[in-house]
Structures are given as structure tokens and as C-alpha cells.
Ligand binder design. Structure first.
Ligand SMILES: [Zn+2]
Length: 354
């Protein structure tokens, strides 16, 4: 597929700016949701213990300490998946271990039935869309032909498949994509702290939410679909704003960004003013928190720009990035709670994938 592959020259910095999008989940009607509900009882009456033993034997994953790892068993038994695709699901063991909120019944049904198709991008679909997960049909379509992006897309869509159920399918899209991408980054990519291929502003806003309420609350809302888990925390400090209006405004701003429509200034300003008020009320004595806030606030300030993806990379080059883990317990062990800011050197930067 012909991409505008600019080359660098003259010592000047040329970045190939190519932010990719994984299509959002297909919208579900109630009827479709009932279909999914029917298949979510597959674990009832099963002998979980022997299934976990089988998981251990076949994958080598230590499974006896977490019943949720029975989800891996669904992949072993899913004849739609190739060995390569199954191996990706096996590599979700750390993500499953780090998430106590996962609905293993639903996930077992989805992972056990999912099928992945490698198909040409449908006519009229943007070249930046790499793939999608259709929750109604339990089907993943992969459109990208690039090897490195293919793997990242497989992981991203299989994570949607693992986590999406009728309770959480309608959470704000920025949160669904933001958390999913942070999971891909923290568990699978060489630089877990910089979003390189897609949804950079969803990731930035999701990280700010993690700073406002505990990351664990964000993970809980993402996994269970209960947005009150986040809103109840926000309401303790909001001051002049309203948590529901803030979440809706954020959803709308990011939705407009992804659909290529003009950002409505009033909605954007509400989102930013809410963030300002919240951080100033809650963290006025916490310099580290305010520094982190100002960093991400500066990043979000690029949203209204027409050239927002170029500006995103310029921002990363000028300001570096925070080595801060939100969900991966292994990364947290390595990096602790430090908020070290690191710089991107041109060698390190694999710049962009096409
Ligand atoms: Zn997605």
C-alpha cells in the first residue's frame, strides 16, 4: 500500500508521521448483546482445576494460582486460531494475572470462539485503520500488511476480544482505546512509555486519569464497565466541574479527533478547565504531581492543531517522556514509583512504522 514515505536529509529532522488507528469496536444493539450473553456461560460446570493443569502442560504457564488463567484454555481449544495467534493469547498471562476484575466467563466465550481474518482494507476505509474487532460476531479483521504492525494489531484486537463484554462495551471509546494501547505498550513493546503508533492523545488522557484516581480504578472501570468507579473518586475533588460532564466532554473531544471533525472549542475548554481545577484542588502541594500534570496538559494542548500528530512527536522530542508504569506489575518493580523523565535520542527512536 503506497504510503507517503518521506526520507530524511540535510541534517534537518524529518519525521515520518504516521499515527495509526485500530478501528473502534463495532456498535452493538441490545439484540446482539443478548447473543453474546448466551455464550458466556461456557465455564459453568467445568472442571477448572483440570483445565488449569492442561494450560500448564501445554503452555508452561504457571496457572494453578489464578483461576482466571482458565481463559488461556479457551485459546488452546479454539481451532479457528493458528499456533501463532494462540501464542499471543498465551502471552496475555501477565495481563490476566495483573487484573483481578476480569470476567473469565465472558472472556472464555470470546477467546474460545474468535476468528481472525487477514483481508484487504474495505473500500473507502482510511489507510490508517489497521484492523478491528467485531464484538457482535466475535471476529477480528486485520488490514495491515506490515509485519511489525501486524503483530501489534493482532495483540491490540485480541485484547479487545479478551476484555470486551456486554457490560463494558459502551465505555467511552477514549478509555477503551487508551487502556488497551497502554497494555500493548507496557506488556509488549520495546519502549513501554511512548505511544508510537496509534491513539497518542487517548493514551495521554488515560494516563492523566490514572494520575487523578489510582490506575487500579481506571483498570477496574475499563474491565467491568462501571464508570462510577472513576467518577466517584473524581467527585471527591472536582470543585467547579462535574465528573460526568468531564468524562462526556473528553469522550466527545477524542471522538471528534478520531473521526477527523473539527474540535468544538467549548467542549475542549470544559475538559481542560476541569483538569486544571481538579489538579489544583487536589495536588496544589504536590510538586511532582503538578509537573506530571503540566507535561500531559502540554501534550493535550496539541489536540486542536490540524497537525496534531506532527506536534505530538515534536512535543516528545522537546520534552522527553515519563518512565512511569501504570498497569504492569513487572514494570512497576523495575521502575518503582519514580517519575523520571527521559529524553528521546534519535538513535533510540525507531520512528515510524508504515
Ligand atoms: Zn482498538
Amino acid at each position: 500500500m503506497g504510503r507517503n514515505n518521506r526520507s530524511s536529509g540535510g541534517g534537518a529532522k524529518y519525521f515520518i508521521i504516521m499515527m495509526m488507528i485500530y478501528a473502534a469496536l463495532t456498535h452493538c444493539s441490545n439484540e446482539d448483546i443478548n447473543l453474546n450473553r448466551d455464550k458466556s456461560n461456557e465455564l459453568a460446570g467445568s472442571n477448572i482445576e483440570s483445565m488449569l493443569e492442561e494450560v500448564e502442560q501445554i503452555t508452561g504457564i504457571e496457572a494453578s494460582n489464578n483461576d482466571n488463567l482458565v481463559i488461556i484454555h479457551a485459546a488452546i481449544n479454539n481451532s479457528n486460531l493458528s499456533d501463532e495467534e494462540k501464542a499471543i493469547v498465551y502471552s496475555f498471562a501477565d495481563i490476566i494475572n495483573d487484573n483481578p476484575y476480569i470476567d473469565s466467563n465472558s472472556a472464555y466465550g470470546s477467546i474460545g470462539n474468535v476468528d481472525i481474518f487477514y483481508v484487504p482494507r474495505p473500500d473507502g476505509t482510511s489507510e490508517t485503520i489497521l484492523g478491528d474487532f467485531n464484538f457482535n460476531k466475535d471476529i477480528i479483521n486485520i488490514y495491515t500488511e506490515s509485519d511489525s504492525l501486524k503483530r501489534e494489531t493482532q495483540i491490540h484486537e485480541l485484547l479487545h476480544c479478551l476484555f470486551t463484554n456486554y457490560r463494558n462495551v459502551n465505555i467511552p471509546v477514549f478509555l477503551a482505546e487508551g487502556v488497551t494501547e497502554i497494555l500493548v505498550n507496557e506488556y509488549f513493546t520495546p519502549n513501554p512509555f511512548v505511544e508510537e503508533s496509534s491513539y497518542p492523545y487517548e493514551v495521554a488522557l488515560t494516563k492523566l486519569l490514572c494520575e487523578m484516581v489510582e490506575p487500579d480504578r481506571v483498570l477496574e472501570a475499563y474491565t467491568t464497565g462501571n464508570m462510577n468507579v472513576i467518577k466517584d473518586e473524581l467527585r471527591k475533588y472536582e470543585g467547579t466541574g462535574d465528573a460526568t460532564t468531564f468524562i462526556n466532554a473528553s469522550d466527545r473531544v477524542l471522538e471528534r479527533l478520531e473521526s477527523g471533525r473539527e474540535i468544538d472549542p467549548e467542549t475542549y475548554n470544559y475538559m481542560i478547565n476541569y483538569l486544571d481545577t481538579y489538579f489544583n484542588n487536589k495536588y496544589s502541594d504536590d510538586n511532582e504531581k503538578m509537573e506530571i500534570y503540566n507535561y500531559y496538559r502540554g501534550m493535550l494542548a496539541q489536540i486542536p492543531s490540524e497537525d496534531r500528530y506532527t506536534e505530538y512527536w515534536n512535543y516528545i522530542y522537546e520534552n522527553g517522556y515519563y518512565e512511569r508504569a501504570y498497569f504492569s506489575s513487572k514494570l512497576k518493580l523495575i521502575y518503582g514509583n519514580d517519575s523520571v523523565r527521559d529524553n528521546v535520542s534519535e538513535e533510540v527512536n525507531p520512528v515510524l512504522k508504515k
